[in-house]
Design a protein around this ligand. Sequence first.
Ligand SMILES: [Zn+2]
Length: 125
Amino acid sequence: MKFCQGPDCHMHKTKDRIKGTKGSKTYQTRRRSKFYYGNGNFCDQRCLYDWIAQYIEQGLDHFGRTTQAKHLTQDNAWEKDYDWDWRSSTQSNWRYVNSITKEQRPLTEAQYNDTNYTLNINTGE
Ligand SMILES: [Zn+2]
């Protein structure tokens, strides 16, 4: 069981947040075995956005702000793709596609599924 990380979770007045013994009931932070928002840390979108509203400036200062435009060039435009056949529910034609040049390079299914596999662009593989 873990607690929702929303800083104001206990402020959102819903019946399921009322806990405690008769005469001393309070609205409390939600506690569940599993949450589905914000990487499993928040009970709902409202609590996730409460957290963002409170901590976004600190987060940007800590992890670094984008201070100049990033560029998508043909060197970092490679994306994995495959064809999907709806009738047989099968994949085929795994490939890297360059979204700038439209160049394609074939992949095996294992290479597609390997999140560490990348094209070695510098050697022109
Ligand atoms: Zn919450």
